[in-house]
Design a protein around this ligand. Structure first.
Ligand code: FAD
Ligand code: FES
Length: 263
């Protein structure tokens, strides 16, 4: 489904904290139903820009976390000027949104079973994926127990933390290795930091398991106009906002160092 032309207001209904993350629930009664893996360009209607160095100038891309009953949810990690402003929003404030945008996760191949793998804020598109299509296994990795509070957003997930303060002590790819052991029918759908995606890509390639990876790149427009989101694939450069953000792992030489950040 194509996004309606132009940005539209979406009033904030709820703001819920999960450890260091914030889930913003907004009203979008008139927008099309998004598919798992699609994203929206977000900006606060008030006080967007005017921070340090007048940033953020540009809207920011956010995966849709959930969509139901005319409401959208986004999972925000406060890491810079754009995400910080979004985390300040309270019920009654207004968000400006464009979306849904981009290519969603494809249906898993015939006779394959979906194994979802998420890292940090990259768990967002996996929640709506689990809602819409279910999953055979959900494996999530976080820095520590505080960040792992967001695992509550995905039922029945197995958790790994880098410092061992919750779940398995180690990387989520340890859990994926176990999951793929002797499982010839998996297809992996993953989103997370580049290093995690690259480890997932390599593990799947070694075991000849198909994988779809939701990547990130700095996005200024979100709909193909600025070429700011260009990433390298085996067959040349693509615009991640219109040709992704979900790519078949076989298209990538590497999932590390493919993109840049927005201004
Ligand atoms: C398709 C797509 C989906 C996305 N979905 C989400 C989402 O669901 N939730 C979410 O929080 N963000 C998501 N992002 C990232 C988001 O668009 C912004 O890039 C991010 O919020 C940082 O913007 P900023 O203005 O706060 O910080 P910036 O000024 O852009 O960055 C500040 C600093 O933080 C670093 N940084 C940027 N992004 C991250 C990050 N994710 N983790 C750690 N450090 C980072 C930068 O390298 C820089 O040093 C997505 C991006 C894309 C392209
Ligand atoms: S973000 Fe502008 S072309 Fe992709």
């Amino acid at each position: 489904m194509q996004a309606p032309f132009g940005r539209r207001p979406a009033p904030v209904i709820r703001r819920t904290a999960y450890g260091p993350y914030v889930v913003l629930t907004v009203e979008d009664a008139s927008g099309p139903e998004p598919q798992a893996g699609q994203f929206y360009m977000l900006a606060a209607a008030a006080r967007w820009g005017g921070g340090e160095g007048e940033r953020p100038f540009l809207p920011r891309a956010f995966s849709v976390l959930r969509a139901r009953r005319g409401q959208l949810e986004f999972l925000v990690h406060d890491v810079g000027p754009g995400s910080h402003r979004l985390c300040e929003l309270e019920p009654g404030d207004e968000l400006l949104i464009v979306g849904p945008l981009g290519i969603p996760f494809a249906p898993v191949r015939e006779r394959r079973r979906a194994v979802l793998v998420g890292g940090g804020v990259g768990i967002a598109p996996l929640a709506i994926l689990q809602d819409q299509r279910g999953a055979d296994a959900v494996l999530l990795g976080f820095r520590d127990a505080d960040h792992a509070a967001a695992a509550a957003l995905l039922p029945h997930a197995r958790i790994a933390t880098d410092d061992g303060s919750a779940g398995h002590g180690g990387f989520v790819t340890d859990l994926l290795g176990e999951q793929l052991h002797g499982n010839a029918h998996a297809e992996v759908l993953a989103c997370g930091p580049p290093a995690m995606l690259e480890a997932v890509r390599q593990l799947c390639a070694e075991r000849e398991v198909p994988a779809q990876l939701a990547l990130e790149s700095g996005m200024a427009c979100g709909f193909g106009a600025c070429f700011g989101c260009v990433v390298h694939t085996r067959k040349g450069l693509i615009r991640l906002c219109v040709d992704g953000p979900v790519l078949d792992a076989a298209r990538l030489e590497s999932a590390v160092g493919v993109g840049a950040t927005a201004g």
